[in-house]
Design a protein around this ligand. Structure first.
Ligand SMILES: [Fe+2]
Length: 349
């Protein structure tokens, strides 16, 4: 499936993979070098029988993986005092953003339904539990219908979840708190321990599974998948366990699941993972979003399916954000008649 869309400096041409193992190409004109760029695009999530990825550096030998982890921890120790101050301040300044999400055919019972999305917390050396507690109290005070934790609760160590688990108990919403897993939760090598902390805090772990929420006789299906890069992503299983409803929302740490979600008729995908680029400069694309440049933040469309990509709360690698403030999006679902013109978002096909 190929498409062309104009950009300020040329045209962008995308061929997206649709199946596991299928690859494609992203062709675009770099606004920095003003030259055509061709990037390979792969979405090859692990299957249910594949071992999970337990390192951020799976392409390195075990010895080098260990060295990379040790260097990372040493760097975190050096940057710890200023990093903790900086990141604590970012988190305290994180704002709740109210965002309207029109959905075609949304049933009346869910018109105005609000999902608060907390992703990429990255509890660890730089994050203070105090700052998180304040943020979570602020989120609960706004009374969303549902709170979703979008993955990457921790950085590289399952113990990092200990501190944040108590803070998670501050989160309250009428339909509860749901959580999916991100790549960093798997990099701990002890994902069961992260899951147990999530569940201990009262949140429901929703991975390759689904649940149905009812309002005045109407139903909304919420599906959750494991991370598409490091976990055992199984959208088919989540779909099979979902009740037939007119509207369905998929929680997926990585927005790369969008084409597959579109294929099974999901209306809205809610994702994080990119941190919005984390370090940005005005008028330049972010250096890295870990989605090969396809997704940064905001809305994107693939056929009838929209993905919302949040910038998240925490940081990874360096204790810094630039031109990319953390946020907690409150997604307010609104009904559009079935025949109305498309959902919002930049079309990528
Ligand atoms: Fe993250």
């Amino acid at each position: 499936m190929t498409s062309h869309r104009p950009t300020r400096r040329g045209r962008i041409r995308i061929r997206l993979p649709l199946r596991r193992g299928e690859s494609g190409r992203l062709e675009w004109v770099s606004p920095v070098h003003r030259k055509p760029v061709v990037q390979p695009v792969h979405f090859t999530p692990l299957g249910p029988d594949d071992p999970e990825v337990i390192s951020a550096f799976p392409h390195l030998s075990p010895k080098l993986q260990k060295a990379a982890q040790t260097s990372w921890k040493a760097l975190a120790r050096v940057l710890h005092p200023p990093g903790r101050r900086l990141v604590g301040r970012f988190v305290e300044q994180a704002t709740v953003e109210h965002i309207s999400v029109p959905i075609r055919g949304l049933e009346a019972g869910f018109d105005g339904y609000t999902i608060a999305f907390l992703s990429d917390i990255h509890a660890g050396p730089y994050l203070k539990a105090d700052a998180l507690r304040k943020l979570f109290a602020k989120v609960s005070a706004e009374k969303p219908d549902l709170i979703v934790l979008g993955g990457d609760l921790v950085n590289y160590d399952a113990d990092e979840a200990d501190e944040v688990a108590a803070a998670l108990k501050q989160l309250h919403a009428r339909d509860g708190v749901l959580s999916v897993l991100g790549n960093h939760d798997h990099y701990t090598g002890a994902v069961a321990s992260v899951v147990s902390q999530i569940e201990h805090s009262g949140a429901r772990y929703l991975v390759n599974d689904s649940l149905s929420i009812s309002r005045r006789g109407d139903h909304l299906a919420i599906l959750g998948v494991d991370d598409g890069g490091a976990g055992r992503f199984d959208l088919a299983r989540a779909r099979a366990r979902a009740r037939e409803t007119r509207t369905s929302v998929l929680l997926s740490h990585t927005p790369d699941a969008l084409p597959l979600a579109s294929r099974i008729g999901i209306d809205l995908v809610v994702s994080g993972h990119t941190h919005g680029g984390q370090l940005r400069a005005p008028k330049f694309p972010p250096i890295s979003t870990h989605t090969r440049g396809r997704f940064v933040d905001g809305f994107y469309r693939f056929g009838p399916t929209t993905v919302f990509v949040g910038r998240g709360v925490g940081v990874v690698c360096v204790p810094m954000r630039a031109f990319c403030p953390p946020h907690v999006p409150f997604l307010h679902l609104h009904a559009l008649p079935r025949a109305a013109a498309g959902n919002r978002g930049r079309a990528i096909v």
